[in-house]
Ligand binder design. Structure first.
Ligand code: AMP
Ligand code: MG
Length: 270
């Protein structure tokens, strides 16, 4: 079965998100058809992560962005389930603290990048500084407009130093967000997730879409391209992201390191 149309944004490409249907599921019609494939991907992911950890030559940084309820947490739970937690760090980027605001905007991202051998996941990221910050003019345009280039330079530096940067924009529709917010309001076990800001930010949907389009155009680079993930269907979102992560790890062509001792001469006493 075919997985997906083109989901990588070509550097410089003008993106119109209306051209990317959030409900797209390739040639799959229902979740059941993807279970086997996802299971296989989970197995591969675990093996590749073990290799990444053993070799410790590369780090993998996964960046998740999208509107509230787009499934950033669900992706972490479902795609990364089964990997060795020792080799994985998750960072959630919230409203910056005064300490963080007193530094350059990339400081908190840089100090959270994964070390070699590890997978790091950013639940939101430095991209908030050209998204929420742009939509609400939290800093002057003369400041945020320079950040696209600064982000590209930062990510290039990470890549040149052995980090693979994988960026996923989880694309949901405004209707789908409405349903997800409503279900959070109906389900007492999800009340903790509901925030006033979710409703407030929804009113700026169009402004956000525009900010995302500019981000996708300006910050999809050869060294760290953006992937647009159709995310209305959670099972399809999980499958596409798992596939991308496994592909990226495979491309590293990793090897287990040579033993530090002569294995043939080792004898284990009774
Ligand atoms: P959540 O991911 O639901 O926990 O929400 C985190 C909130 O922090 C979101 O509303 C983000 O827009 C906000 N946030 C994250 N980074 C920034 C930033 N650099 N400036 C302002 N708000 C931010
Ligand atoms: Mg939230």
């Amino acid at each position: 079965m075919e997985l997906q149309t083109k989901n990588i944004v070509t550097p410089g490409e003008l993106v119109n998100l209306d051209d990317h249907p959030p409900e797209y599921t390739g040639t799959y019609e229902k979740k059941g058809q993807t279970k086997k494939r996802l299971k296989k991907l989970h197995k591969q992911l675990l093996e590749l992560q073990g290799l990444l950890y053993a070799e410790s030559q590369h780090a993998v940084l996964i960046i998740l962005q999208g509107m509230d309820t787009c499934g950033k947490d669900g992706t972490i739970r479902r795609v990364m389930s089964g990997i060795n937690v020792q080799g994985c760090d998750v960072f959630s980027f919230k409203v910056p603290t005064t300490d963080e605001l007193s530094r350059d905007f990339l400081w908190r991202a840089h100090r959270s990048v994964p070390s070699k051998g590890k997978i790091g996941i950013f639940n939101r990221s430095h991209y908030e500084d050209v998204l929420v910050v742009r939509v609400h003019n939290l800093v002057p345009e003369s400041v945020w407009s320079q950040r696209y280039q600064q982000i590209n330079d930062f990510e290039r530096m990470l890549v040149e130093n052995g980090t693979v940067v994988l960026k996923f924009y989880l694309h949901i529709s405004k209707d789908e967000q409405k349903e997800r917010l409503e279900s959070r309001i109906e389900d007492p076990t999800k009340h903790w997730k509901v925030e006033a800001s979710d409703i407030r930010e929804r009113a700026y949907w169009e402004d956000y879409m525009q900010a995302y389009e500019v981000m996708l155009q300006k910050c999809s680079t050869e060294w760290a391209p953006w992937h647009i993930i159709p995310a209305n269907k959670k099972w399809y979102r999980n499958l596409v992201i798992a596939e991308c992560v496994v592909d990226a790890l495979k491309k590293l062509d990793m090897r287990y390191p040579e033993p530090s001792v002569d294995i043939t001469k080792l004898r284990i006493d009774d």
